[in-house]
Design a protein around this ligand. Structure first.
Ligand SMILES: Cc1cc2nc3c(=O)[nH]c(=O)nc-3n(C[C@H](O)[C@H](O)[C@H](O)COP(=O)(O)OP(=O)(O)OC[C@H]3O[C@@H](n4cnc5c(N)ncnc54)[C@H](O)[C@@H]3O)c2cc1C
Length: 82
């Protein structure tokens, strides 16, 4: 079966990776002309890290980043959300 995925964000790329691992022929189209670094940091939560491990692409993550000792989220008025 051939599968077409529209969009090469994390959702499209992860879906393509898992479908390819299952043996499907995947074609992915992305409207952006190139993937480029735009300077953001990225917080990788445990569920995302687990998926990277399942895709077999987690090796460099521990070396490239560091573990957050804690994480808090506030709304615009400074009230803690969690
Ligand atoms: C500033 C910022 C910081 C963030 N930081 C984090 C973070 O640290 N950790 C975290 O977990 N999440 C973070 N997020 C949220 C995270 O980026 C999104 O949840 C995630 O990117 C969503 O992925 P997605 O694949 O669903 O969509 P997208 O990343 O939006 O990808 C969709 C892709 O589809 C392409 N596309 C759309 N329409 C078409 C079309 N018609 N044809 C072809 N291609 C198309 C777009 O160009 C795009 O590349 C952040 C978001 C922002 C804005």
């Amino acid at each position: 079966m051939k599968i077409l995925i529209i969009g090469g964000g994390i959702g499209g790329l992860a879906t393509a990776g898992f479908l390819e691992k299952k043996g499907f022929e995947v074609h992915l189209v992305e409207r952006a002309p190139e993937f480029k670094h735009i300077g953001f940091s990225m917080t990788l939560f445990p569920n995302g890290r687990r998926l990277l491990r399942e895709l077999g692409i987690d090796d460099g993550v521990g070396k490239a980043g560091y573990e957050l000792p804690w994480f808090e989220l506030a709304d615009a008025k400074g009230h803690m959300v969690f």
